[in-house]
Design a protein. Structure first.
Length: 420
């Protein structure tokens, strides 16, 4: 009920953006996790071609976040959000209609570019509209995003009983509905573009040493968050011998998020600084990979043993989600305060571009550690890598906090004087 009351307390535009994120994640995760299987098994493409299609989609999104952020600053976040959702509609529809490589590459580029447009634009719009309630707004954003990430794969697996095209058309239809809703409901705010050109904007943001250092320090958060889709599901399957155990990881996260996210954000906002809680959240995320080490590489001996083996992995998932819940709303609140308000989209865009590249590099390291651990009998190795990623990031944020390099929270506006 706390989540619902907080949701109802925001203006209609913010409520729509929160529902939009639920829909975006539902649509994304009902399609993309099954795309590689469709390309390889249904269309008979080689692993190399599958890698190219998936890589093009990822590069189109991660490499162009700064374009989407700058577009939000100069054209208005509303227009960029609508354009991004419309492009995602077309891209996902192409996945359902095309079997040729050229069509699939076009679909990958369009769907990736769509994410590069609306991801920073949505966050910039939310930051601008929420005012002093940014932490609560981004806490709710996290709740809706996590719920969508659970619903999407469940819906996708059900639609695959029909075929892949049913999944793609459903996802495209969902994005089409979101596009229309945003065009009808989101207020069209007047935009005052920053002085100078886009390159001047980028130079200014890249010249902000504190922001660049903070973005690099947050590499651990995005690398560890990505393990919800790589290492933790693999660990759950290996520990229990049951493929369905991976779904328990997401179920634990969604239920915990719904129950605790807003309570945690409200409680921490009243105590201490954002830098302190971001560092604490990162440390929790690092510690999340310690319990699963206890069962890494151990095969279960019967159902009872499988249940016992599942507990450390689920405890790790719980700690990881708690760490994300502690850190992420304050990270999102902090980013716009590094620079001028009219460059909010550019700051978000660059931050997510850095995080995307970092997550790709981090996943490569974790994947290497998984393969090496399997080959050499060191199943604990990828878990240790994740612990180190998190602790290094926590230490980096802690150092920036102690050096007072992180922007202070703006003082609340004074209440209007009572009429005499």
């Amino acid at each position: 009920m706390t989540t619902w009351r907080e949701f109802r307390g925001f203006p209609l535009a913010i409520r729509l953006l929160l529902v939009n994120q639920l829909g975006v994640n539902t649509g994304f995760y009902l399609l993309i996790p099954y795309l590689a299987t469709h390309l390889g098994e249904d269309l008979g493409m080689s692993a190399a071609v599958v890698g190219i299609v998936l890589g093009v989609r990822n590069l189109s999104q991660q490499g162009l976040f700064i374009i989407g952020g700058s577009a939000a600053d100069r054209l208005g976040a509303r227009r960029v959000i609508i354009a991004g959702c419309a492009l995602r509609t077309v891209g996902f529809a192409l996945f359902s209609l095309g079997d040729g490589l050229a069509v699939l590459l076009a679909a990958s580029v369009l769907s990736g570019l769509a994410g590069a447009l609306f991801n920073p634009a949505v966050r910039a719009y939310l930051a601008q509209e929420a005012g002093e309630r940014k932490p609560e707004a981004f806490a709710l954003f996290n709740v809706f995003a996590t719920t969508g990430a659970l619903i999407g794969p469940l819906l996708g697996s059900a639609l695959l009983l029909v075929d892949f095209r049913a999944s793609a058309l459903t996802a495209a239809g969902l994005f089409a509905v979101l596009t229309v809703a945003q065009a009808l409901v989101l207020p069209d705010r007047e935009v005052t573009p920053p002085p100078g050109g886009v390159l001047a904007d980028w130079r200014q943001v890249l010249g902000n040493r504190a922001f660049v250092a903070f973005s690099l320090a947050m590499v651990g958060m995005f690398t560890l968050e990505n393990q919800l889709y790589l290492l933790l599901p693999a660990g759950a399957r290996g520990a229990t011998g049951w493929d369905g155990a991976a779904g328990l990881v997401f179920l634990v996260g969604t239920l915990t998020n719904l129950a605790l996210q807003l309570r945690i954000t409200r409680a921490l906002r009243r105590r201490g600084s954002r830098g302190r809680w971001i560092g604490t959240g990162l440390a929790l995320m690092a510690l999340a990979f310690v319990p699963p080490m206890a069962v890494a590489g151990a095969a279960p001996d019967g159902p009872a043993d499988a249940v016992l083996h599942a507990l450390p992995v689920l405890a790790g998932a719980l700690l990881l989600y708690l760490g994300i819940m502690v850190a992420q709303p304050f990270v999102m609140e902090l980013i716009p305060n590094f620079g001028r308000p009219e460059l909010t989209g550019t700051y978000f865009g660059l931050f997510y571009m850095v995080s995307g590249v970092a997550a790709a590099a981090g996943n490569t390291v974790v994947g290497w550690a998984m393969d090496t651990g399997d080959d050499q009998g060191h199943a604990w190795l990828p878990w240790l890598c994740c612990v180190l990623f998190g602790l290094v990031s926590a230490a980096g944020v802690g150092r920036l906090h102690r050096a007072r390099a992180l922007p202070a929270r703006p003082a609340p506006a004074p209440a209007p004087a009572a009429a005499s």
